[in-house]
Every structure is written in structure tokens, then in C-alpha cells.
Design a protein around this ligand. Structure first.
Ligand SMILES: [Zn+2]
Length: 481
């Protein structure tokens, strides 16, 4: 990821800041506390995509929207996201043959099918060709190497862009070697036994490569590579993928606060946060197997509801544009809810002024630095950078990547920004105490990312306030539309 640090004063914002700070400080931390308490409760079992826990969370969100007086976007608060769930069966195998014999490898001890869809979770095979690491492949390092009809063997960290390159060059499939047993086990555990993808084949995925691929552990790595020049692999491989499929439905949730200006309310500012999380998985050392997802992303949902409450309750300064609060499913399984939404927008994309996405952790104190992802030529990033400059906050930026739900919108040409709280130091704290605080509360994708009575909500109030302020600038015409 390209990042640059910017600390500069930008030209005039559309409204004097002082008139806005008072309103936007009105993020209710008691509401943040209450929403995150419920959404990350054990009873919701980690809100796995298309699970009962996720459905309970969706009902809670609809109830909260109703309590604030917000309506459905069309006639429904819920958008059904039709998915297919594929259970990988243990008869899945990989056979590698060379002159002199063949070796059979088993699932999941030796390899696992990577993420995929109905068209990529399939049998594949062919002669192998070693293509170095993903980064080299994605960076054009294949040169004249002929991979057409062959199975590409790659090593090192996996990148989706490498799969795209290999697909374009006609490869039959990919074996991604993970030489370290611990790293391989982590992949195997985090992928789990099932794969989820869109039931409607024409919904474009931002995330899933179109090349059949497997992640192979150290036993396969040794067998294929050991004692050989990788440029002349003698192996022909055949991968057999056995699946049991069933349809499942997930749900996106949306509610709208209509704009005050009849001439402008058909355009919306859309706030997004995913409300799914990882569900029940591998237990940690304490035996906890429930991935509550407090900071990821009950906190994001709570911030959207707090922003909605602030806007709905502030009759003295309503937005002229409509505000849509969009709670997406399936983010953790590969942006499934947001990819579906942009294929079937509840609010037309051409009348979506901007998307502001909240995800990526709950800061345990007010941040003084941020990472803005999705900064491009649309002007939305410049608005956010300008607000930061006004407060003296440090900003790092990057272009849009498929790392959260803003990406499918950016891909479709809608201005879309992902605000990520920066690392310590936090406001009013020394660097050391900030770091200690962060260490205490940062449990990314762990079972102990859970609600706690003594979690300080001032950081989330600032995070939500920042998003709200951006919306007010857009509403005041800062995007020029
Ligand atoms: Zn997340």
C-alpha cells in the first residue's frame, strides 16, 4: 500500500468550523456503549454472515432506526443477500505425479482450497510451472514465461493481483506454497470448512480471484521443490475439490433520514459499517471460541447509529441531502454485502454524493492521527484532510483497496472514503501511555475483541464526530455537487 504523510493547511472549507464543532461534539457516548454492549454480546455468537446471531443483530439495527424515526430506503429496511455456502469435503485431494511415481496429498492436513466461487472451487490440473512470488508476478515479473494451461506454483505472501495476472495469461490454476507449518495452520483455521460466495453469478466480486487456487502446506512445498531447480519442475498435478453446497441468505440493513431540502433530498450521503463478524471459531488459550467483534465492527455500527441520532435530533441544523445508514453483511467473508449492494443499489449510485465507511478498530482514546483510504481525485479526501488540518491531526492517505466496504463503491466511481484511526499517541496522553492503552485494547480478529465495562468511548466519539463533520461539509457543497 502506498502511503504518504500529509500535514498541511488546505484552502477554505465551506463552513466556518466553530459553528459546526458544537453540534458535532454531540455524539452520545452512552448510546455507543449501549449499542456495542448488545451487538457484541455472547448471545449473538459473533454475528457470522448468514447466521442467527447476525439476524438478531439486523433486527436490533432496524429497531434502533425505527426508534430514531428513520424510515426504510424504499419499502424495506432489509436487503436479502443471496449466498451459496460450500462445505469442503475430506475427499478433496491433490495428486502430484512425476516420472517415477505419484504422491497423494489430503485436505486439510496438506492443503486447502483457497477462497472461491462456483466457477473457481473446481477440479483443475496440468503441468506445473514455478512463477516465483505473488509480488513478482503481479509486478510484471513473469516475462515471456508460458503459463497457459499450466498450474502456477508460487511462494511467499499471497496477493490477489497475482491471480489476476495468471488468469489473464491463461493459467489453469495456482498452488500457493506456504512453507511454514504455523502459517499454514493459521490459513487453514481462518478459512474454515466452508466458502461463501454470491448465488447470483453476475454479481462482481471485488475480492475473489477468478483462478482456481489452493494453499499448500510445508509437506507439499518440500515434495514439489526439494532438491530441484524450481525452473524445471517435473510434476503434473491434479486437484480434486469435493463440495457440499447449500443456499443461505445474509442481509444488508439500511435506513434513511430524509434531507430537509426538497430539491436536494433525492441525493444521499451514505454512511457504511459492516455488522457481521467471524462467528464461532478456533478457541484462544483461555478456551474462548466466540469472536464477539466489539471493535470490528460493533463499534462501527454503534457510530452510525450515534451519527443518525445526532442528525435526527438536531432540528436546528438538518442536512439538506438525505443521509442513508447502510449496515453491510459478509464483509469478513470478502465484501459480500457491499459487492451485492453496488450490483443492486437500494439508493441509486448516481444519486449517492459520497460514501463514508467506518471500520477498523475502536480507538481507546481520541486519535490525533488518521489513515484515509480511498483518497483520489473526487475531492472527498481533500475535505477530510482539510478538517484534520484544522485540528492539527496527522493524516496518511492511500488509494482505494478491497480492504473494507467502501471499495465496491469506489470501484463503481462513487466518491468513497474509509476513515481508519491512526496509531498512538492519543490526545492528551504521552506516547508510552498511548501505546500501552492501545496494546490493552487491540484484539484484532481475536475472541477477546469484546465489550468491557471500562472501555473508554471518547475515541469512538471523535471517530464518529469526524465522519459527521465530513458529511456536513459535503452537505454545505464542499464536493461541488
Ligand atoms: Zn471490519
Amino acid at each position: 500500500m502506498r502511503t504518504t504523510t500529509i500535514k498541511l493547511i488546505l484552502p477554505l472549507l465551506a463552513l466556518p468550523a466553530a459553528s459546526l464543532l458544537g453540534q458535532d461534539a454531540a455524539i452520545d457516548t452512552l448510546a455507543l456503549r449501549a449499542h456495542t454492549y448488545f451487538l457484541s454480546h455472547d448471545l449473538l455468537e459473533g454475528r457470522a454472515t448468514a447466521s442467527r446471531g447476525e439476524r438478531l443483530a439486523s433486527a436490533y439495527i432496524v429497531a434502533q432506526c425505527r426508534a430514531l424515526g428513520l424510515g426504510p430506503v424504499n419499502t424495506e429496511f432489509i436487503q436479502t443477500v443471496p449466498l451459496e455456502e460450500a462445505l469442503v469435503l475430506e475427499t478433496t485431494d491433490l495428486v502430484a505425479a512425476a516420472p517415477g511415481g505419484e504422491i497423494r496429498f489430503g485436505y486439510p492436513a496438506d492443503f486447502i482450497p483457497n477462497v472461491g466461487t462456483a466457477s473457481t472451487l473446481v477440479d483443475f490440473g496440468g503441468a506445473t510451472v514455478f512463477v516465483s512470488d505473488s509480488k513478482t508476478v503481479a509486478g510484471g515479473g513473469l516475462g515471456e514465461l508460458d503459463v497457459a494451461g499450466k498450474v502456477a506454483v508460487t511462494l511467499g505472501p499471497f496477493r490477489g493481483a497475482a491471480a489476476d495476472t495468471l488468469t489473464a495469461r491463461g493459467a489453469a490454476g495456482m498452488i500457493h506454497l506456504v512453507g511454514d507449518e504455523g502459517a499454514y495452520q493459521l490459513y487453514a483455521r481462518s478459512r474454515g470448512a466452508t466458502r461463501l460466495y454470491h448465488r447470483e453469478a453476475d454479481v462482481r466480486s471485488s475480492f475473489l480471484p477468478e483462478l482456481p487456487s489452493v494453499l499448500a502446506g510445508p509437506r507439499i512445498a518440500r515434495a514439489l521443490l526439494e532438491g530441484r531447480s524450481p525452473t524445471a519442475l517435473p510434476w503434473t498435478v491434479a486437484v480434486h475439490v469435493a463440495l457440499e453446497q447449500r443456499p443461505v441468505d445474509a442481509a444488508n440493513v439500511a435506513c434513511v433520514l430524509p434531507g430537509a431540502d426538497p430539491a436536494r433530498r433525492d441525493t444521499a450521503i451514505v454512511f457504511t459499517a459492516h455488522y457481521d463478524h467471524l462467528g464461532i471459531g478456533t478457541p484462544d488459550e483461555s478456551g474462548d471460541s466466540l469472536y464477539n467483534g466489539f471493535s470490528d465492527n460493533a463499534a462501527g455500527v454503534a457510530m452510525l447509529l450515534a451519527i443518525a441520532r445526532s442528525l435526527a435530533g438536531d432540528r436546528s441544523a438538518p442536512l439538506d441531502y438525505s443521509a442513508v445508514f447502510l449496515f453491510l453483511s459478509g464483509e469478513e467473508r470478502g465484501l459480500l454485502g457491499s459487492d451485492y449492494y453496488v450490483a443492486h443499489p437500494m439508493w441509486p449510485l448516481e444519486r449517492t454524493a459520497a460514501v463514508v465507511n467506518l471500520d477498523a478498530g475502536a480507538p481507546p482514546a481520541p486519535p490525533t492521527s488518521w489513515h484515509l483510504a480511498g483518497v483520489d481525485s473526487t475531492g472527498l479526501g481533500a475535505i477530510a484532510i482539510g478538517i484534520a488540518a484544522e485540528h492539527g491531526w496527522d493524516i496518511a492517505t492511500s488509494s482505494a483497496r478491497p480492504n473494507s466496504d467502501y471499495y465496491p463503491f469506489a470501484r463503481e466511481g462513487v466518491p468513497a472514503l474509509f476513515i481508519i484511526p491512526g496509531p498512538a499517541p492519543y490526545e492528551g496522553l504521552t506516547a508510552d501511555s498511548s501505546k500501552a492503552l492501545r496494546r490493552r485494547w487491540d484484539h484484532y480478529h481475536q475472541p477477546d475483541d469484546e465489550w468491557a465495562e471500562d472501555f473508554p468511548f471518547s475515541g469512538l466519539a471523535r471517530y464518529a464526530g469526524y465522519a459527521l463533520r465530513i458529511a456536513r461539509e459535503i452537505d454545505a457543497g464542499a464536493l461541488g455537487n
